[in-house]
Design a protein around this ligand. Structure first.
Ligand code: FMN
Length: 301
């Protein structure tokens, strides 16, 4: 039975990855999960400097999913390389370093700083405001998304995965722009913008007011966007958004994702990646599927 998938020149031992911001730097899960069984780990959004993130409360459970406005709390790129990388590099799971920056130039500097370590790839999070352009979200403007990817490609030897935001009118335009700029793969979706109000105090439940919605509530939206992007670009796609079991994974593969990332589900079931791998292997045996790639893009209309 073959579970290996290819993202450009990168081979993952299986299509199950963990999503940035929901799995720390991997080591937090080492007692609970066999990290050598996972296909890939996307680390926390990493910035040039260390960040404390937004003031609390910054996480909220809602009936359908989770709202978060963490604001990129992370150790910064230099401490990542010094303190976190040595653990990750010994794993069979490929490490993807999710990078976030407020200017196009900063993305290039971050990418350059990763050239002296061996990783599976860089995941560019373009869902951040460009401070030079007055705070406009880079992932919502095709021209800016193109420029960010070009800048990163110019500065890196690594595989470049670009993570798209769902908070746009037409995601296909952004997907095409990043493919044209040389992206090696595309991951989607990041969180949907949301909010929650306390009816007693009439104040926002999240200090930042606006937060990102993730979890089961967003799965149908994510699936639709993955399908639309899969029809638009030729590069491989990594799907995510509300995946919590192996059946969800199959849905994303069927509509065209080559791999998937598991996010919020790690919070309420830290062993979800293991459950999903067990479920997928059982499903393939029972249905006599010899190669997981047979499922990719097998959608019938
Ligand atoms: C607490 C939390 C922190 C996150 N931090 C990041 C981040 O730093 N960078 C990023 O690209 N996405 C981040 N995300 C988004 C997830 O990686 C993922 O795209 C999103 O949650 C949708 O998948 P899910 O529904 O499986 O969680 C974060 C999500 C959560 C819930």
């Amino acid at each position: 039975m073959n579970m290996k998938v290819k993202l450009g020149n990168i081979i993952l031992q299986n299509p199950i990855m963990t999503a940035s911001g929901t799995f720390g730097y991997g080591d937090e899960f080492k007692e609970l999960v066999d990290l050598n069984r996972i296909g890939g780990i996307c680390v926390k959004g990493t910035t040039l400097e260390e960040r404390q993130g937004n003031p609390t409360p910054r996480i909220l459970e809602t009936p359908g999913g989770m709202l978060n406005a963490i604001g990129f709390q992370n150790v910064g790129i230099d401490r990542f390389k010094k303190e976190k990388y040595s653990f990750l590099k010994e794993l069979k799971a490929k490490t993807f370093v999710n990078i976030t920056a407020n200017t196009i130039e900063e993305f290039g500097i971050l990418a350059n700083k990763l050239n002296d370590i061996e990783i599976g790839g860089i995941e560019i999070n373009i869902s951040c405001p460009n401070i030079k352009a007055g705070g406009i979200n880079m992932g919502t403007d095709p021209d800016m998304a193109f420029k960010v990817v070009k800048e990163v490609k110019k500065n890196t030897k690594h595989h470049v995965m670009v993570k798209l935001t769902p908070n746009v009118t037409d995601i296909k335009v952004i997907a095409k722009a990043v493919e044209d700029a040389g992206a090696d793969s595309i991951s989607l979706i990041n969180t949907l913008v949301g909010m929650a109000v306390d009816i007693k105090t009439r104040k926002p439940k999240i200090k930042n007011i606006i937060a990102g919605l993730s979890g089961p509530a967003i799965k149908p939206v994510a699936l639709r966007l993955v399908w639309e992007v899969a029809k638009t670009v030729k590069i491989p796609i990594v799907g995510m958004g509300g995946i919590s079991n192996f059946e969800d994974v199959l849905e994303f593969l069927i509509v065209g994702a080559t791999a998937v990332q598991i996010g919020t589900a790690n919070f309420y079931n830290p062993r979800v990646t293991m459950d999903i791998l067990d479920g997928l292997e059982k499903y393939m045996k029972e249905n006599e599927i010899k190669d997981i790639n047979e499922i990719v893009g097998s959608f019938k209309i």
